[in-house]
Structures are given as C-alpha cells and as structure tokens.
Design a protein around this ligand. Sequence first.
Ligand SMILES: [Ca+2]
Ligand SMILES: [Ca+2]
Ligand SMILES: [Ca+2]
Length: 510
Amino acid sequence: GHPTKFYLIPLDLLSFVLERDTSKLVPGVHMKQVGGVRGVHFSSPHTSMSFPSSQLLVNCELFPREFSIVVTLKVSSSSAKREASRVKSAERGRLLLGLRLSRELGLERLCSEQLQGQLWFHPLRRSLYLCDGTVWITLLEDRKRLDYLLEHQVLSTSSETHDIEVFQVPGMGLMAAMAHRSAASGSAVYLWNHTGFRLYQNITTYGALAWRHFIMGKKVFLVVSNCGGGPDEHFNKESLMDFSVIYKWSKHKKQFVRFQTLQTHCARDWEAFKINRMTYLAVANHRQGNNNHTIDSVIYKWNRLTKTFEVHQMLPTLGAYDWEFFTVGPYHFLVVANAFDGVTTFVDSVIYIWIDGSFQVFQTIKTFCATDWEMFQIGSRVFLVVANGHKLHVNGPSQYAINSTIYELNIIGKLFVRFQDIVTYSAVDWEFFSLGEEYFLVVANSFNGESYSLNSIIYRWQGYEGFVPVHWLPTIGCSDWEFFSSKGESYLIYSSAKLPISKVFKLKTY
Ligand SMILES: [Ca+2]
Ligand SMILES: [Ca+2]
Ligand SMILES: [Ca+2]
C-alpha cells in the first residue's frame, strides 16, 4: 500500500562520518563513556562531517520537506545517558538539517536552565519531553497518529451518488444510506460488516440528493429528498416527484418503512436537531421549477400529539444547499449555505441564532456558490468552514479554483471571523474528524473547470499554522466524504456523482 515503506531500512548515520579514518577523530568529535555506555559527542560541527543526502535517500533528487529520524533506544534498568549525533546534510554547502540529541531516560528530573534543550524520554509513558529552561514540554506521547490510508472497499452502486449518510441502528449495527441519482433503480441502504458495506434495502427515490438520519426516543428515522426524475425520465414529472420522504426503522420488519411525505423543492439537504428536547428538521430548498432559486426553506417541528412534522418557521434562502446546526454553550445556531440567486453565486450565507422559539439573523457571510458548512471544535475554539463551489457573475465565465474559508467564533465580539483560506476546486463537502489527539479536515474537490478527476485533500490541524495538507486522495466527481469508526478502526467513505462507485478507506495509524 505505501510505497515509501520500501525505503525504510535502518541506517547507521554515524557510520557515514566516523568510519572514514578510524585512526583519528575529526576536530570537535570526542568519544565519551558513561557507566559502561560509549557514545560520540559532537561539540561543534565541522564541514568534514558533511555527507551528501543522496547517500541516505537513494533515488531522491531533492531533499524532502518532511523527514523523520527514528531513534531506537535500548532501555536498561540503570539510568543511561546518551549524547549523540549531529547529522548534517548539505546541498550546495547549505545546512539543511541539524539534529542535536541529548537525552535522559527514566524518572523526572527538575527542568532547569542548565538542562535547557535536553530531551527526556519516559519509558513507561512512552513520551518524549523537551526542557525549555523552566518546564518539560511534551513533544510526543504514545497515541494514535494518522500514517496513511488504505483502500478498503470499492462499492459498486446502482447509479451515481450525491450523498452518503452513515448511522447506527440498534440491534443491526452500522448502516449507510446512499442517495443514488437514477430513478429507475432508486436509492439504497447498506449494512456494514468488517469487509465493507453490503446492500441491505432498496428504497424508491426520484433523483435523490440527500439523506439524513435522526433519533426520537429509541426510534431511528431517515429522511430523503427527491428532485424530480432526473435525466432518466422521458417526460416531465418534476412537480410530482419533487418531495421528501421520512422513513422509520421497523424493528419488526427489520426494514425502513414510509412514515411521512413533505413537499420540498429540489431539496439539497436535510438537517435534524434538538432544542429543549424537541425535535426539528430543516430542509434546504434549492429551487422551484427550473429557475426560481429565491424561495423559502423550512424548519419543521415534531408534534407529539399528531405524530407528524409540522411547519415551524420559513426562512428566505437563495439556492440553498446545506443547513448546519450547532450549539455553543446555551446558544443554538443554524447556518445556511446559499449558492445562487438566479444571476450570481456572489451571495450571502446566513448564520441564524435561536431566540425565543425561532431563528433570527446572527451574521451574514459572503460566499460563492456555498455548498456546505461544517462546524467543529478544537479545545474550546469553535470553527465554521464553508465549501465554496464556484464564482459566477451574471453571464461571465465560472471560476472553480477559489478559496473556501474557515471562520472562528470570536466569543467577545460575538461574530465569526476569517481564520484561514484554503484553495479548493468546486468544493462540495467538508468533513471534520479526529484521531487520537489529532484533528483533520477533508475536502471534496469535484471539478476544476476541465476535469472531474481531482484529488480530495486531507488537512491536519497544526495549531498556529492552521490546517496543512497531508494526504491527497484521487477521486472522480467526488460528492461527499463521511468519517466513521467501527470496532476501534477509523474509516472514510466517499461517493461519486460521476461514476456508480463509492470507496471506503481505512485510516492506518502508528
Ligand atoms: Ca453526507
Ligand atoms: Ca454540512
Ligand atoms: Ca459529508
């Protein structure tokens, strides 16, 4: 799976510089012996200690941006002290890499000014600390870290897929509902076993665009949006087939059964949420007829007496694509991704806040064919990231390589402020996930103006630097990414709007 693995053969770095002339050591190099352990101490770098990096990295023209040195330590019962090694790799005489290791093993010593720069390895915690002159800073802790992704399953589906929803059904396990394009074959629910997703139930849909699951009491529900028959239909049934259906899981039949039908308008997304133990659904109505994007989206509320969802509030939207609900402390927010007003994609998306039983405008944010909002938290910090699809103004050309932006909630200023811009290619989905103590975002890039074969990119949170790209995953017409875990393993699945396949990747950690 991972080509670079083949090059991971152990190298004795010291042998590159020490065994040239065994009769004498070069200036600035001393042998040291502490408690029966011999080591080499480099007090000052000398140019004769250099060696070309090509000796280390065979078939590698350029020195890589990321480079790891694995230090293997044999831990004896007595505290051992090692001082080692300065590695210098010179390209045209320039110092590219310097490493100074001075490491303590065993129980904690007080970090003082004299120990500044010293590393301390705790064998029981398997953690590595650095003394900054005052305190020990944690450099490494024994925890899960993302290494690489392994293709786990290529799932053939009856047609192209616009959306995946992964959820748990008590007594059944993990399931995935997929919004397949074709009205002839409809959509399907898949059941997970360790080898992958297997077809479980076919459900009649007409150009399905989105699935969403929700739970009321102990009952599991699914809602799907239909957007006409799509190109499969030979005559115009659009108005008849433009609706959404709520299904309920029947424990008895072990199937999803039809529960309620709602009139929607090419709904791109359903969001389910609870406020004060009441269940609400929000639908993102995208357009009415062929061209009217300036329409209302609807918040529905569960009525316990009639046992149906009823209209609670209408909110004006512009080609709405996505709703995202989130809660910060005592405050409930709902943000809409507005995509298009019929003329331009330069439209405002709106963050609403729940006040006295209804949503009111909290903040508007300029977006460009916004297709998705994803909220995530890192520690106490609250972020919102938008997927911008493309820039289109009146009848001008469309731009697909544009910024999608991460915003951070400024609690004092009571508004979201720009945190980081990331270039995306007609982005249609962001998915946030964490592994151990690492945080990631994956973006679904769908189109660059010429091709649908593009990389989706996984970004890793690096604190001050924000999110940096770490993995590139080739996709075709990517429409959705979902993260899920099963039996301690983590997975990502993506769907394609251009090919009848979905792919599951297993996240390999070290
Ligand atoms: Ca989804
Ligand atoms: Ca979303
Ligand atoms: Ca997603």
